[in-house]
Design a protein around this ligand. Structure first.
Ligand SMILES: Cc1cc2nc3c(=O)[nH]c(=O)nc-3n(C[C@H](O)[C@H](O)[C@H](O)COP(=O)(O)OP(=O)(O)OC[C@H]3O[C@@H](n4cnc5c(N)ncnc54)[C@H](O)[C@@H]3O)c2cc1C
Length: 387
């Protein structure tokens, strides 16, 4: 008979909630996972995942179960300031990295997480909630009512939406990602993918004013491809449509504190950043790794919801999330400004950074998150055995 209570109740079953469920079940904790019942359209996004996120997913036995054509390494990245010039190039080879990031098909990641959960011991889907020691909120951008838990939420809408879709080009992508910063804060990214056509596919993320995104989402694919042309200037070849377009509203969000007695916030529910650096899920998976590690290393007498314990998690994550929010927000505002001086500064800035090898390497490592994020050990001695 399934248990009538769990150690940890996870509310929200996106990539962060599901990864947390797997990580805690590997420690022997009893986990209840509460999601939403409604069916959703298949996610057309692709995530640029850094080394820390990959390490966590590998440990959770998810990474190796992803189909090979659902994870494409990025070897090189070209960033353009605007049409007037300003160009920055990152290469894995120059930065002494095996790759800059790996682009992962979001729908395949969902499927792989689901499959791993089916084999995970101690995880049960629950609705309604069961009694628990710790509530982990992983409700993403839909989180509501955090104030009732004593959490303050600062949210600033960018007024932009990110339009995502897939393309296939007649030219091979050669593992190269492209990004263009256009006028008024538009950011277009084309990320290399191996599906549907190996070596020739791209996942697009185009953030732009909300009304433009809505207009463009309704365009015929050929008309949308034509609107990309002024930014890409043919650099990626002729693009043919390879899927529907979906749009997401963009906000900067910070919840404080991220822990209360018996409560922890993870992922987009705790922090949302502009997707221009492709870091939101990387941050969320780093939250998972940090919380799992803190819980695994707890003193045997400490309950899971102990505030002092949870503060260790909050302290571990505070700087990383603050830095990422500050850098992405600062970059976006820098590029969104249309004054001639701002345009000159960003183009000169890109050119200077491009000329300086060590600085560029540092940028590549920071911006693409190629750092060792601590990944929870199974730590069987720290986990409480269950009857
Ligand atoms: C266009 C775009 C491109 C992006 N690209 C990248 C990238 O390249 N790299 C990267 O690292 N990040 C990227 N991100 C960010 C990334 O998508 C998010 O950071 C990540 O999906 C957050 O995951 P999450 O699980 O925290 O939240 P979500 O994915 O929002 O999942 C939350 C889940 O909780 C459920 N839920 C909500 N409330 C409740 C409730 N009360 N009860 C039960 N369930 C509930 C929701 O239905 C949802 O399923 C991108 C974002 C966008 C918009």
């Amino acid at each position: 008979m399934p248990p009538m209570q769990v150690d940890v109740l996870i509310r929200g079953d996106g990539a962060v909630g599901r990864s947390l469920a797997l990580a805690l079940s590997h420690q022997g904790l009893r986990v209840g996972l509460q999601g939403r019942a409604e069916a959703r359209p298949q996610d057309v996004r692709a995530y640029a995942l850094n080394a820390g996120a990959q390490a966590l997913l590998r440990r959770l036995k998810v990474w190796d179960s992803l189909p090979p054509d659902a994870k494409t390494p990025v070897q090189d990245m070209q960033v353009f300031g605007d049409q007037a010039g300003g160009r920055l190039n990152f290469s894995a080879w120059q930065s002494h990295l095996p790759e800059l990031a790996v682009i992962v098909d979001a729908a395949e990641l969902d499927t792989a997480l689901d499959a791993a959960l089916r084999f995970a011991p101690h995880v049960q889907r629950v609705d309604p909630a069961l009694p628990h020691q710790l509530l982990a909120l992983c409700e993403g951008r839909e989180a509501r009512g955090l104030e009732a838990h004593g959490i303050q939420v600062e949210r600033r809408a960018y007024g932009h939406h990110a339009l995502a879709t897939r393309w296939v080009s007649e030219l091979p992508h050669q593992g190269r990602a492209w990004q263009w910063f256009g006028a008024g804060g538009e950011v277009l990214a084309l990320l290399p993918m191996d599906r549907p056509t190996p070596g020739h596919s791209y996942a697009m993320v185009w953030s732009q004013p909300a009304d433009e995104a809505q207009r463009r989402a309704a365009l015929a694919p050929e008309a949308l491809a034509a609107e990309l042309q002024p930014l890409t200037q043919g650099r990626v070849g002729t693009l043919s449509p390879a899927g529907p377009a979906q749009a997401w509203p963009l906000s900067l969000l910070r919840a404080t504190p991220t822990v209360r007695p018996g409560l922890a916030l993870l992922g987009d529910c705790a922090h949302q950043v502009h997707p221009l650096a492709g870091q939101g899920l990387n941050l969320g998976l780093a939250d998972v790794a940090a919380l799992a590690e803190v819980l695994a290393k707890r003193e045997p007498w400490r309950p899971l919801g102990d505030l002092a314990l949870l503060r260790r998690y909050e302290r571990q994550r505070a700087l990383d999330t603050w830095m990422m929010a500050t850098v992405t927000d600062g970059l976006w505002h820098g590029f969104a400004h249309d004054a001639p001086w701002a345009r000159l500064a960003r183009n000169q800035g890109l050119a200077v950074v491009d000329a300086l090898g060590p600085l560029k390497r540092w940028f590549a490592q920071q911006a693409l998150g190629h750092r060792a994020v601590p990944v929870s050990s199974n730590a069987p001695t720290a986990a409480r055995p269950h009857p």
